[in-house]
Design a protein around this ligand. Structure first.
Ligand code: ATP
Ligand code: MG
Length: 649
């Protein structure tokens, strides 16, 4: 049974309750990571529906990535409001454009171009510009930036200069402007639309056609936007047009988590919300419910080092949860050793009883995922790559979807039997095949489909059509079903999500911050990425970096500058209160440790061994025994497999 209106409010703290119940003026929620922003807005919708203030069909909840939208839909379903539209800007606009195109332009909407590379490559060719793959990638990114900033080829050069974008891949802004013009030609000739065209056309329809605007506005009367710090000029324009003269708008965001500036996001829409909507009410949330105090402290330290607007608008997080294990910073000789070490650490945690799906490994660039995939495979640990959108591209998954859809038209067997029959034809069996390799991978994805189908069928009244609909929605949202595996994800793809255990790899200067980031603004964006990564962790956070790229090479990388103040050697004197790091000769592991009971810095070797602060006031009884037990388990591990945190006297 879904929660009642009272129960929905009971699950919130007083400020969050304000978010859920405050109507009549635009609402802006400014709050740091893990403070319950997403929770507050999903409860706002559920409460609005439960009290009859909102009709679910008039609500549009918008968020930033397809995965976040899928996550929001599932949270809303848990709260008893399955019918609400929770979409990305893009998918909401696409739906509207498809609907209105025949009326406004005539005929069906043109095909969507799956990606821009070919089109922009051709534009460059026509202009006799020779570009390699890397240059093309940079040009594509610049074209996207220009279009989400709503620039024309004519207005681009001046705007690019003002935004400190002095040129791309060796081309000055005038050349980019010519590429922009030519690219429009290419699309027109082919009769296709790209990703940004969908929003741009919808903005055009809403501006020029009163009937379209009227219809859209009467459909979507209550607008809620999550992750508002990453909204672009184009998305903002669309939002204003959806809104019209209404001000039933609630936005939530954290300027310290703006990580898409390079792609045209502008935190100023969030920070200047009060100027844009003078009647707006602003609510701040400070309590962090997600992470242990130690993780919160590390996150706060990262923001302490911030500059510019990130610093000015920073919100301090106040930890609510009890202390947990100390975050660990480790360093390895090379990338391969780091991947092996991370996989070994994950294997240990699984042995200790942690579920693989409780863990995530985060990295700055997708190319870092391969070494990790190999290391996990070698240990027989399952994983899923988020944002890799591989699951729904797999042949067996595509075929399963086609066959299941066909099976809905036949509807004789019990639905769970029907699912199993279909999947058995494609290579599924109740028990996994021996060994690893392609056969096992295939079984794993089919098994994931069985699991997903069972979850859907457990809902009252659900049958095969509901299973198929869920699969289609997930395919659109690129949201692979949860398999019992470790999540591998780029930090960008991890935004808004959380895991009990998070490993951030590649925390070295050059990888995070990425070497391409040069200007102060770009470095600040990298810092925000670092902050996003750390704040995904609930209980256990490990940050690692490797000195060299390849084994045997002389390691020249340095730990990420964002670790300044987090790893500080030598240890501060007792009572100094700062975070402590120990560097040891052996294997060079660096340990950042705090009292597992009260969070105080551990200074002496003895304290570090016991995992408890010398004069810890809370240090009696069960908690200390736990700390000792953890330490013993750790020592036992260290004597067997390669140690991660070497503690010496
Ligand atoms: P992010 O900035 O990363 O998107 P967020 O502010 O959206 O974070 P949520 O994801 O909504 O935060 O919440 C973080 C975690 O804290 C979730 O597990 C959520 O269920 C929990 N949480 C939030 N508010 C409360 C509360 N009042 N009581 C208990 N748990 C809460
Ligand atoms: Mg959130």
């Amino acid at each position: 049974t879904p929660p009642t209106a009272e129960q929905l409010l009971e699950a919130l703290d007083p400020e969050q309750r304000e978010v859920a119940t405050s109507f009549g003026a635009p609402l802006c929620v400014l709050a740091g990571a893990g403070t319950g922003k997403t929770r507050a807005i999903t409860h706002r919708i559920a409460h609005g529906v439960a009290t009859g203030r909102m009709d679910p069909k008039h609500v549009l909840a918008v968020t930033f990535t397809a995965k976040a939208a899928a996550e929001m839909r599932s949270r809303l379903r848990d709260l008893g409001v399955p019918a609400v539209q929770a979409r990305t800007f893009h998918s909401a606009a696409l739906r509207q454009l498809r609907h209105f195109w025949p009326r406004v332009v005539g005929g069906p909407m043109p095909e969507l171009m799956p990606q821009k590379y070919a089109g922009i490559g051709e534009a460059c060719q026509r202009l006799h510009m020779s570009v390699d793959r890397a240059a093309l990638r940079d040009i594509v990114a610049e074209v996207e930036w220009s279009r989400v900033s709503m620039l024309t080829p004519e207005s681009y050069p001046a705007a690019a200069e003002a935004a400190q974008r002095p040129g791309v891949a060796g081309f000055d802004s005038r050349s980019i402007s010519r590429i922009l013009t030519q690219y429009e030609e290419v699309k027109k000739e082919r009769g296709v639309l790209d990703f940004e065209d969908v929003l741009l056309h919808m903005v055009g329809f809403l501006t020029e056609r009163a009937d379209v605007a009227r219809e859209v506005r009467s459909q979507y009367r209550h607008l809620v936007v999550d992750e508002y710090q990453d909204v672009s000029t184009l998305q903002h324009a669309l939002l204003r047009l959806w809104l019209g003269s209404s001000d039933d708008l609630c936005v939530v965001g954290d300027a310290a988590q703006t990580i898409y500036t390079f792609a045209g996001a502008r935190a100023s829409f969030l920070l200047d919300f009060g100027k844009e909507f003078p009647r707006a009410r602003t609510i701040r949330l400070e309590r962090n419910y997600r992470s242990t105090p130690q993780i919160v402290r590390v996150a706060n330290t990262v923001l302490d080092g911030a500059r510019g607007r990130t610093r000015a608008s920073r919100l301090t997080l106040v930890a609510q949860r009890p202390a947990g294990p100390p975050p660990v910073v480790e360093h390895f000789a090379d990338d391969d050793a780091e991947a092996q070490g991370t996989a070994a650490r994950i294997a240990e945690l699984i042995e200790e009883g942690r579920s693989a799906s409780d863990m995530a490994v985060l990295f700055r660039t997708n190319s870092q995922s391969e070494a990790l995939e190999q290391a996990l495979t070698a240990r027989g640990i399952g994983y899923l790559v988020r944002g890799g959108d591989r699951f729904f591209d797999r042949q067996e998954v595509r075929r399963a979807m086609v066959t299941l859809r066909a099976a809905t038209r036949v509807e004789q067997l019990e639905p769970d039997r029907a699912v199993r029959d279909v999947l058995t034809q494609l290579g599924w069996s109740p028990n996994p095949p021996e060994g690893t390799g392609a056969l096992r991978e295939r079984w794993d994805s089919l098994q994931a489909l069985v699991g997903l189908a069972d979850t859907v069928l457990a809902r009252p009244g659900a049958g095969l059509p509901e299973v198929v609909r869920e699969l289609e929605e997930r395919a659109e949202a690129q949201s692979a079903p949860v398999v019992d595996g470790v999540t591998l994800a780029s930090v960008h793809a991890a935004k808004g999500l959380e895991w009990p255990v998070v490993h951030l790899v590649g925390a070295s200067d050059g990888l995070l911050p990425i070497s391409m980031a040069r200007t102060a603004m770009e470095i600040e964006e990298e810092r925000r990425l670092f902050y996003v990564a750390l704040t995904r962790a609930r209980d256990l956070l490990t940050i690692s970096w490797a000195a060299a790229r390849t084994p045997g090479a002389r390691g020249s990388r340095k730990p990420s500058r964002f670790l300044d103040g987090i790893i500080a050697a030598p240890a501060e004197p007792a009572g100094g209160g700062g975070a402590t790091a120990r560097r040891t000769g052996r294997r060079g592991a660096t340990v950042y440790s705090e009292c597992t009971v009260c969070g105080e810095a551990l200074v002496s070797a003895r304290e570090q061994r016991v995992g408890r602060h010398g004069g810890c006031p809370a240090g009696a009884g069960e908690k200390v025994r736990d700390a000792l037990r953890t330490w013993r388990a750790q020592r036992a591990r260290e004597q067997g497999s390669p140690p991660f945190a070497v503690l010496t006297d």
